[in-house]
Design a protein around this ligand. Structure first.
Ligand code: HEC
Ligand code: HEC
Ligand code: HEC
Ligand code: HEC
Ligand code: HEC
Ligand code: HEC
Ligand code: HEC
Length: 423
């Protein structure tokens, strides 16, 4: 009896100890991390939002915004490994092979059969909905890798703006990419010559993806207040976007959806809802004269539409900022019908096309385009027969024709936001 009691006591004491340690370590853990958000004290840890906004945050995690940048990890690798065999040829006959090594995925450059350079995929830009491009670190400078992943064709392609002539590994990725594709990175501008400066990026400060606070602003006070006052059901210390002016609402999206050709005077990471975006740019005297590109210029394109000019529409009239866009077209068509229920077409047969096909057609970007070079091949018949279908391409690559590579353009198609009549 005594023994059992003592045994029990020991269990109770041990359990209490374990629970105690767990609680303690949790407090220390979260306490430590809370001070750790690289953006500073005003910001809460992104993952605290889910405690009170479960549905919104749960659905948001599947959006392209949330996944638009990441450290290259297991998930990325799994997707890319499928095409490891793919070799990409440049017009100078050198080629790049993507290869998996112990500590990650690498792009290896071969010149006349000799490996001359290699670099690891460290950071991915783009959710991969359409494309993904990669950066590798060289100390505190990030460089772009020559090959990007092009989802449409499930192949590697020459990164946009790179010459198909030869591979290059020296293009620097500046903090500006992060301003539209991430929530934060700390940078230091260092004088690197009499007339030149270099940006040094702090890789430990990166907040990947577009988090809640990128659109809603720093929320630590909001979180603290609602944690302390669970009975209060109306939001405190948080801007209500719905009550902002139309321009202010539009600006929240325009931070990243009005193009990259204006000179930035203040970091866009500081933009909070209610701010005026034009205060972040130097005056743009050429604005309005240019023909906006379909890539990145949704705001300017929408503004040229009569739908926009004759109503109070904003981006959220059609888009739910917290839900994945992998929804059916019907949802968008329903938005058109909210205003155009009466529309009658006399001059056209609608057939199987939707409103979107005809009035917001896909258009080729003039700014972004990928190229793919394909080797011409001489293939020996006996070799083909002895290989499985998947090895066929591999085999073809092994017997390159002496006439060199063929250059192919891969058009980059984006939905225009100039809603209009196209014939
Ligand atoms: C302890 C609970 C709690 C946490 C944590 C929390 N919120 Fe809230 N939040 C609320 C409550 C309560 C409201 C008011 C009711 C509602 O709109 O859901 C609210 C409302 C909001 C609103 C709507 C404001 C309006 O008036 O339109 C936004 C935006 C918001 N929260 C953002 C965030 C973000 C971003 C985070 C994470 C950094 C976060 N919240 C974390 C409790 C919380
Ligand atoms: C911090 C920059 C940023 C802000 C702010 C931002 N976006 Fe985006 N948005 C992006 C980037 C980057 C992508 C491309 C994501 C990808 O696929 O990698 C994108 C993609 C999208 C897409 C395509 C979705 C899909 O499934 O293909 C829509 C729609 C969109 N944004 C709407 C909005 C709206 C509406 C707002 C304002 C409420 C907004 N965005 C604010 C950067 C931003
Ligand atoms: C791309 C920008 C963007 C991001 C990222 C974003 N929101 Fe929002 N959020 C908005 C906009 C715009 C509105 C106003 C919607 C409207 O006008 O109907 C809004 C409204 C809200 C509201 C008010 C209620 C509602 O649903 O309309 C809450 C709560 C909220 N957001 C929470 C969050 C949380 C939590 C996250 C992260 C998981 C988040 N938001 C991420 C743009 C964003
Ligand atoms: C001004 C904001 C902005 C800047 C700066 C910017 N992007 Fe983007 N990027 C976008 C938007 C918005 C989209 C998606 C919508 C579109 O193409 O119009 C996008 C799309 C992409 C995509 C395709 C994502 C997909 O799967 O759909 C990649 C890859 C990408 N950007 C890489 C980069 C890199 C690398 C840089 C820096 C050299 C960069 N971007 C700079 C706004 C920006
Ligand atoms: C908030 C209301 C609203 C929504 C939503 C809306 N429109 Fe419109 N649209 C209008 C108004 C108002 C006009 C101008 C009518 C006029 O001038 O007689 C217009 C004009 C048009 C025109 C004529 C354009 C021209 O240049 O003559 C087309 C085509 C059109 N809309 C298609 C669409 C499609 C497709 C959608 C859905 C993707 C849509 N609209 C969504 C309100 C809206
Ligand atoms: C009248 C409805 C409507 C409005 C308003 C609207 N969009 Fe869209 N948007 C669409 C439709 C429809 C698509 C195509 C969706 C698809 O193809 O799955 C789209 C697609 C997009 C895409 C992805 C483009 C691509 O091809 O990858 C982006 C980015 C985007 N919208 C941003 C915005 C922004 C930013 C605003 C505000 C300036 C806005 N949209 C306003 C209807 C609208
Ligand atoms: C096959 C292509 C096609 C489809 C699909 C289509 N439209 Fe049109 N739409 C046109 C053309 C072309 C016109 C010019 C007028 C005409 O020929 O009837 C037009 C005209 C319009 C106008 C202007 C009418 C006016 O009175 O000024 C609106 C608004 C409109 N369409 C909305 C829509 C909506 C909403 C849908 C989806 C339900 C849709 N359209 C589907 C091709 C199309």
């Amino acid at each position: 009896m005594e023994i059992t009691m003592r045994g029990l006591n020991i269990w109770v004491v041990m359990s209490l100890l374990i629970i105690g340690t767990m609680l303690l370590s949790r407090c220390v853990h979260t306490g430590h991390q809370e001070n750790e958000d690289p953006r500073g004290e005003g910001y809460a840890m992104e993952k605290t939002c889910i405690n009170c906004h479960r549905q919104t945050a749960g659905s948001y995690m599947h959006t392209v915004h949330y996944n638009t940048s990441s450290a290259v990890g297991a998930a990325t690798l799994e997707k890319l490994v499928a095409s490891l065999r793919d070799q990409f040829y440049f017009l100078d006959s050198s080629y790049i092979r993507v290869q998996k090594d112990k500590d990650g995925l690498y792009q290896y450059h071969f010149k006349q059969g000799v490996n001359t350079f290699s670099a690891r995929l460290d950071i991915a830009f783009g959710s991969g909905e359409k494309a993904q491009t990669y950066g590798y670190w060289k100390d505190s400078v990030l460089h772009q890798l020559p090959l990007s992943w092009f989802t449409g064709t499930h192949t590697w392609a020459n990164s946009p703006g790179f010459s198909p002539q030869h591979a290059r590994f020296d293009r620097v990725i500046v903090s500006r990419c992060f301003e539209c594709h991430a929530s934060y990175i700390k940078k230091e501008v260092v004088q690197s010559g009499p007339l030149s400066v270099t940006e040094h990026l702090d890789k430990s400060s990166i907040v990947y993806g577009i988090g809640c606070q990128r659109c809603h602003g720093p929320a630590q006070q909001h979180v603290q207040f609602h944690q302390d006052n669970p009975l209060v059901k109306t939001a405190r210390y948080m801007v209500s976007i719905k009550t902002l002016t139309r321009q202010q609402q539009l600006d929240i999206c325009a931070v990243c959806h009005s193009g990259n050709d204006q000179e930035v005077r203040r970091t866009l990471f500081d933009f909070v809802p209610g701010d005026t975006l034009s205060h972040f740019f130097f005056p743009d005297f050429g604005a309005g004269r240019r023909d906006p590109d379909v890539h990145g210029k949704q705001v300017q394109l929408l503004q040229t539409s009569r739908c926009y000019q004759r109503t109070n529409m904003t981006c959220t009239t059609c888009h739910d900022p917290h839900a994945s866009e992998n929804i059916r077209m019907e949802v968008f068509i329903a938005r058109c019908m909210d205003c155009h229920a009466e529309v009658k077409h006399t001059g056209v047969k609608l057939a199987n096309s939707s409103c979107i096909d005809c009035h917001m057609p896909l258009q080729t970007s003039k700014l972004i385009h990928f190229t793919r070079t394909d080797r011409r091949f001489v293939v020996r018949r006996t070799d083909i027969r002895s290989f499985r279908k998947t090895d066929y391409i591999f085999q073809k690559i092994r017997f390159p024709d002496t006439t060199g590579a063929e250059l192919k353009d891969i058009p980059y198609l984006i939905r225009t936001h100039k809603i209009a009549i196209y014939k």
